[in-house]
Design a protein around this ligand. Sequence first.
Ligand SMILES: C=CC1=C(C)c2cc3[nH]c(cc4nc(cc5[nH]c(cc1n2)c(C)c5CCC(=O)O)C(CCC(=O)O)=C4C)c(C)c3C=C
Ligand SMILES: [Fe+2]
Ligand SMILES: [Fe+2]
Length: 366
Amino acid sequence: MKRTGILIVNLGTPNSPESKDVGVYLREFLMDGRVIDIPFWKRWLLVNLIIVPFRAPKVSLEYKKLWLDEGSPLLVYGKALVEKLGERFSDEVTVELAMRYQNPSIEAGLQKLRQAQVDEIIVFPLFPQYASATTGSIAEKVMAIVQNWNVIPSIQFINSYHNNEQYIQNFADKVKQDLLKYEPDHILFSYHGIPERHLDNMNEAGTAWCSHTGNKCAHCSARKPYCYRSACFETSDLIAQKLHLDETKYTTSFQSRLGKDPWIKPYTDATIQELAEKGIGKLLVVSPSFVADCLETTLEIGEQYRELFMELGGTEFHFTESLNADDDWVKTVHALIGEKMGLSAELSTGSSVRFPSDLNQMAGAN
Ligand SMILES: C=CC1=C(C)c2cc3[nH]c(cc4nc(cc5[nH]c(cc1n2)c(C)c5CCC(=O)O)C(CCC(=O)O)=C4C)c(C)c3C=C
Ligand SMILES: [Fe+2]
Ligand SMILES: [Fe+2]
């Protein structure tokens, strides 16, 4: 019987909210050459002498606000998701949670799959829109580890699902509830940003690939899934279409800027200012690049952007909760993985199907 290992991977978490552990986490994260893509020695100086000493104490206070008994929100939601997924798969499937930075590590997760003697591994990054700094980094790490194994099983990466029908529906359902509850004047889809340079570097031919302008990202007209910016715009459009929203009723922007280099635009803070100046009173913010609530949603959006909007004359500010470990989102992840396992769409979207056992039973196998 074929055994499958599934590795669900999110960004990371410090071991505790204390400044020292946050520093260790930030150092591992920001020393990743896919995150801060400058020569090693410059990155080392920047991260160790400037960013971490100033940022760790501040971020530690933020983690302390959100920390739960069992750990950081990303860890808690990740564990709940993996537990629910495990219940949906049969005994031949092993599901493990890993964090790209700190613990549980990708190394530990892969080791558990190896011990379970899986024949294939499916890596599912909790990032719907591909970016080299997130999905790319996870793939690099996984490949660096398995290259030392004697038996390297078949490995598949689920690189991008920014336009997946079920993922779009999951967010549309959440937004719909808030539209009915708050009746906002406008919806802002705010995604985590990346430096513009990261998109320029994508073109192997060496020329800039992404136009960085317009809402259709003109040079990426085919809306290639690997242009993070285009993918984010497409996600917003698809959610808006599900909700029959007029184009004038929503905007897409990018948050969480770090450093002085240009990041993809429009920036969320500038967009909030423009919306307030246009007279938008009631604003609903949605963040589809985060499938679990974390510092960047609960605090950056829920506190900092709320404060900014209200200071600028806004009357109501609401934030749509992320998918976290909602049952409908679990079904989506189950279906996306099922597809990679070669199961039919019908079976993989069925909520009560425990595959592959069901498939085997249907085929009369043991
Ligand atoms: C959603 C996708 C994400 C992309 C793309 C991304 C790129 C990216 N991030 C930084 C710097 C930081 N990000 C931080 C936290 C953080 N980022 C994401 C997601 C993406 N990052 C998540 C899910 C989180 C975790 C938040 C949590 O609650 O644990 C941080 C740490 C917090 C802070 O200091 O603000 C930094 C730093 C860069 C430089 C970058 C692209 C190059
Ligand atoms: Fe980030
Ligand atoms: Fe682009």
